[in-house]
Ligand binder design. Structure first.
Ligand code: AMP
Length: 833
């Protein structure tokens, strides 16, 4: 039961299974290689001759009775008997690759009792390459193996030493008188070490205390050059799977001479101080380690090698950079051991190693190589390297994923922005729903002459041209205004900019979120214009031009007997003079159909609004052209003009000081919130809240006007812009600009800007230092919300709390987080002195 281990060999089970072991247990390397099982093909079994077709080589399978055959391989009995230098007849098995063969089995021809031929003795020849053949002999040099005694029993024979070969020949030892037939099996495992030969100086003889110790390689199967004492082209004790005991004088194998297990060399014989060995492999491999089993019996002058230097040959020559391994002396432990020499993953088909003496003698009993795999094209990595590479690949993959996600996010954001703008545009384009109302037109003689009120209400409105249909063109056009001063912009636009009225503005369904439709609102916007009475236009006396709006001019007129035409008691609203001063807004005569419809729509909207802070529509003149709406007159004009720095013609310095008191300003803002509260209670979205659209009456009364952009929430209408139009981008929330979404929350945003205007006394346009293009870009920043958005600065007279708690809250990205007008009003009142 001697268990012999062999290092780093991959076991191959001939029946298909393979297993990797660090150590090969020679004892378990005894698998049948396929004569019986059939893994060895018929064509791989040949013979020197056959007695008949039915006793051909392919029938020489142990324990295998083939119906076609006569039960075994039988050579031609007429052939010549045994020759002096070898045997004539043989049964040859080609294992197709190198195998480590530890056992053979033979059997005679039984053939169900019909046969009685068997081989009493036989010999084995083997070859690794099919050309040079070696005769097997046991450790004592005996070549003939005792075979069968009868035709049916299987006789197994351990091969000591084992064979490393691809081709094996069974050669019956015969004489004239005997018919011989054989069935055979080979046992072992695949030889994956890859070592096909080693060359070493033959071991020497040591004399120890008068005892001869033979340290030669006694089972070497290659050539032995007498003169140089070199062993070449063979394998032997260094690969026989047997390694020596600690005391080299004793052997693992019973009955062998002292030193049998080792191959040893004397330092004195090697003047260079080392023994050179060459290991030849079946193909190019990547070598991880070499394991060398050495004696370290220093008490007898034997030590492990001091260092070993290995040269690698993968082409024709050995490479220049060898691997050198040094090891420290072990003066304590005399045990024999395996020394592991790292070979640095070097590629080679041959390795030349120089083992340097460290004492008088150097004894080696086994050498094994770890190459990790036997695929010549595969680069062998040790596990650490593989793990490292795996980690690196994983890290790179993660980084790439992150980069892709970042890029994708940026592209996505840009696309979304573009898409949002396009969506707004498309929505506007797609949902056109022209609504016409039948009105009869009565020509009016209202003069448009006279009146010099400058029309600056829309000066600050960004002109949205026909190019709005294509946002990119819009952006290209913007720089025209980009570097002009605020006032210059105002001047430019007032002259050349289009008006709402000039655009074909059609109300369309608005897809705003989450507003409930109340009965009040349905009534308010869905019915015909009920209570508004037609006023005889001849009773209007023109006084002066107040301004110019989106639909046409606004005139101050005296209205005779107006109170008779108005259902309500206007005295409650402080309107009780006669003749009454009224503002008459007239639709210009050349207005197109859509402008006309919008004008009528504004009438319908205003006719239903009743609030102290909403400008009151008194009557209309719609039976004839030009269409007119008559509203209460607000003596101080629009809030923007009213707050602007002193104009000697309109107000004195004292007046201005009075106006600009913080309390006054806040009371104005509170009135606006009051009006907006009313509108929002009706779920009505103004869309164009700004100081220019608030009018100032007596005693700083503020009323919201200009419902030109306002549309019925319940019909959910969007504006459709055909031709030229304007949009107040500096007052608009990001979602109104990018998504075309108008809600009470976007009115809150506009209120924040309006409050800012009030507290800065309308000295400058919001974001005055940003071009229109930059304002649009800034809107994108609000959308991205990466902290790059620019807010309007805190006005000088604005308390911190009003700015940070109120104004900034109106500009929150999330519309739902913006305050309601009620909350704004409460906060403003609290801030008021
Ligand atoms: P609109 O067409 O409503 O934007 O009005 C144009 C301009 O006319 C306003 O900016 C005011 O200056 C003036 N205006 C409009 N309505 C009135 C009014 N009811 N009372 C006084 N001025 C008004």
């Amino acid at each position: 039961g001697l268990i012999i281990f062999r290092l780093m060999i991959t076991l191959y089970h001939p029946e298909g299974q393979s297993c990797l072991l660090n150590q090969l247990q020679v004892e378990i390397c005894r698998y049948p290689l396929g004569m019986t099982g059939g893994q060895i093909q018929d064509e791989d079994i040949s013979a020197s001759s056959q007695w008949s077709e039915s006793t051909a080589a392919r029938f020489g399978r142990l324990d295998f009775d083939n119906g076609d055959g006569d039960g075994a391989w039988c050579p031609n009995t007429m052939s010549e008997p045994q020759l002096s230098d070898g045997l004539k007849e043989y049964l040859q098995v080609d294992l197709r690759s190198l195998h480590f063969i530890t056992l053979v089995g033979t059997q005679g021809r039984h053939a169900d009792g019909m046969g009685k031929e068997f081989a009493q003795r036989y010999r084995i020849n083997y070859s690794r390459d099919g050309n040079s053949w070696m005769g097997w002999h046991d450790r004592k040099g005996r070549q003939v193996i005792e075979g069968n005694r009868n035709a049916y029993d299987v006789v197994l024979k351990d091969l000591e030493p084992p064979i490393i070969a691809r081709f094996v020949r069974f050669m019956p030892v015969t004489d004239h008188s005997m018919f011989v037939c054989m069935r055979v099996e080979l046992y072992g495992c695949e030889w994956l070490d890859g070592l096909i030969s080693y060359s070493i100086p033959d071991g020497q003889q040591m004399v120890y205390s008068g005892l001869s110790v033979f340290l030669n390689d006694s089972v070497y199967d290659g050539a032995s050059a007498e003169r140089s004492e070199m062993l070449t082209k063979g394998l032997g004790q260094l690969t026989d799977g047997t390694w020596g005991l600690d005391d080299f004088l004793h052997s693992n194998i019973y009955g062998m001479w002292p030193g049998y297990d080792y191959v040893g060399w004397s330092n004195e014989s090697f003047h260079r101080g080392y023994v050179e060995t060459i290991f030849q492999f079946d193909h190019v491999r990547n070598f991880t380690t070499m394991k060398v089993h050495c004696s370290n019996m220093f008490s007898r002058g034997v030590r492990m090698f001091r260092k070993v230097t290995c040269f690698f040959q993968s082409g024709s020559d050995y490479e220049g950079d060898p691997v050198t391994f040094r090891q420290a002396d072990d003066d304590v432990n005399q045990a024999a051991r395996f020394v592991t020499v790292p070979l640095g993953d070097r590629t080679a088909s041959a390795i030349k190693c120089r083992f340097h003496f460290n004492d008088l003698w150097m004894l080696i009993s086994e050498v094994a190589f770890q190459s990790g795999n036997y695929d010549p094209t595969h680069k062998v990595d040790d596990s650490n390297t593989r793990i490292l590479i795996g980690c690196l690949v994983a890290i790179i993959a993660i980084l790439l994923t992150i980069i892709v996600i970042i890029l994708w996010r940026q592209v996505w954001q840009k696309m979304l922005e573009k898409a949002s703008r396009r969506m707004l545009d498309d929505e506007l384009t797609a949902r056109l729903a022209v609504q016409t109302q039948a009105f009869s037109f009565i020509h009016s003689s209202l003069s448009s002459e006279g009146g010099s009120t400058s029309n600056s209400t829309y000066e600050r409105i960004f002109p949205l041209c026909a190019d709005y249909q294509e946002p990119s063109r819009l952006i290209r056009k913007l720089p025209e205004f980009a570097h002009t001063s605020c006032k210059a912009i105002a001047a430019n636009i007032s002259e050349g900019a289009p008006h709402y009225a000039e655009a074909d503005i059609i109300s369309l369904q608005e897809s705003s979120d989450s507003y409930s439709i109340t009965a009040v609102n349905m009534n308010l916007f869905s019915g015909s214009d009920s209570s508004m009475r037609e006023f005889p236009r001849e009773k209007l006396t023109f006084k002066e031009k107040l301004g110019e709006g989106q639909f046409g001019e606004v005139h101050l007129c005296e209205a005779e007997n107006m109170l008779d035409f108005v259902d309500e008691d206007l005295s409650l609203a402080g309107i009780d003079e006669s003749p009454l001063l009224v503002a008459v807004k007239t639709l210009r005569e050349d207005a197109n159909k859509n402008a006309r419809n919008d004008f009528l729509k504004e009438i319908r909207i205003m006719s239903r609004l009743r609030d102290p802070n909403i400008v009151l529509l008194l009557a209309v003149c719609v039976d004839t052209d030009p269409l007119c709406m008559i509203t209460e007159y607000m003596e101080n004009g629009d809030l923007n003009q009213f707050l602007s720095p002193p104009n000697p013609q309109t107000k004195s310095g004292t007046e201005q000081r009075q106006i600009s008191r913080y309390g006054k300003l806040i009371s104005m803002a509170v009135q606006i919130t009051s009006g907006m509260k009313y509108l929002s209670s009706l779920n009505f979205v103004h869309r164009d809240l700004a100081t220019r659209n608030c009018l100032v009456g007596k005693n700083y009364t503020i009323k919201i006007a200009d419902f030109g952009m306002s549309r019925n929430l319940y019909r959910g209408d969007y504006y459709r812009i055909q031709g030229r139009a304007v949009l107040p981008i500096r007052w608009m929330s990001w979602e109104s600009i990018l998504l075309g979404k108008f809600t009470t929350a976007s009115d809150v945003w506009a209120f924040g800007v309006t409050l800012w205007e009030i507290l800065t006394l309308c000295k400058e346009q919001p974001y005055c230092h940003l071009s229109d293009e930059q304002v649009i870009e800034n809107t994108g920043e609000f959308f991205r919300d990466q902290g790059k958005q620019v807010y309007l600065p805190k006005p000088p007279r604005c308390p911190d709390a009003v700015y940070s708690d109120l104004m900034l809250s109106c500009w929150r990205r999330n519309a739902k987080q913006r305050p309601s007008f009620q909350e704004i009003q409460t906060q403003l009142l609290e801030s008021s002195p």
